[in-house]
Every structure is written in C-alpha cells, then in structure tokens.
Design a protein around this ligand. Sequence first.
Ligand code: FES
Length: 158
Amino acid sequence: MNTLEVLQKNLAHLSRTHPKRRAAAVPAMQNLQAELGYLDDMAITKLAQITGLSTTELEELATFYSLIYRRPPGRHVVQICDSVCCNMRGADQLLESAEKYLHRPLGAITPNGALSVLPSICLGLCDKAPAALVDGEALGPLNNVSLEALLQRLQKGD
Ligand code: FES
C-alpha cells in the first residue's frame, strides 16, 4: 500500500467536512508532487478523490503554498523569499537580479530545463535573510554576487 492509499484509508471514516481532511491535503500534495514532479489537473483530481475535498479547495491550497508546483519546474528550483524580513534586506533586488541574469521572468524555466527561480512567501529562514531554498536546502544570506554564482552553477546542471 503506497502513502496515498494509506492516507485514503485513514481518512475514510471522517466526514467530508472534517478539518483533518484539509490538514491532510498539503502533505498528500507534497507526497504526490515528490513522485510526479508537479501536480497537474489529473493529480488534483486524484487528490480530490483521496481527501474528499473538492478540486477547487485543492486548487486554493496549491496556489497558496509556494512549495506546490502546478506546472513542471526546472530540474533545480531556487525559491527566493520575498516576505518582510528578506525584503528589508534586499530580496527585491535579488529577484530582479535573477530575472536579469537569466533573461526571463520569475517562474520561467531556462531553455535547457535546468533551472527555475520563484518568489516565495516566508521560508522560515528569517535569520538568514535574504534567504532562499535551493532544491529544498536553506541558503542565506544571499547577495547579488553569491546569487549569480549559484544560478550560473545550477544553470550548467551542476
Ligand atoms: S521573511 Fe524571508 S525567510 Fe522569513
């Protein structure tokens, strides 16, 4: 039995409006995303069947959590925090630098498929502001020089 089947079994006895269903949705999304790379419409439909939530509710959750991808990301994902602490320490300039360096808007994938840079809400790394998650690993504080070196390395596929 895989994790999603276990989840479905655990939720089966709960009413459709039980808060545990909603609470279980995000980890379920993360599990499925770990398997698929991102959550397409079919994945959202499957999660709706498992959790008992509507596809609209799941869409709301997916768009709220910046760690859930509705489109395929690059092989490497750099999420730069743009919340208050990081913005006060230059995150907005980092995001601009990333766009200029890569010659594409945030969220776009580099032509070789190697890299996506995304803005993110607070990553819980405020002590490292301006901070980022790089393929899930915490990094910070960043500056324009360290960010460009990172992007250059990841774009090459390192
Ligand atoms: S505000 Fe950027 S990690 Fe918290």
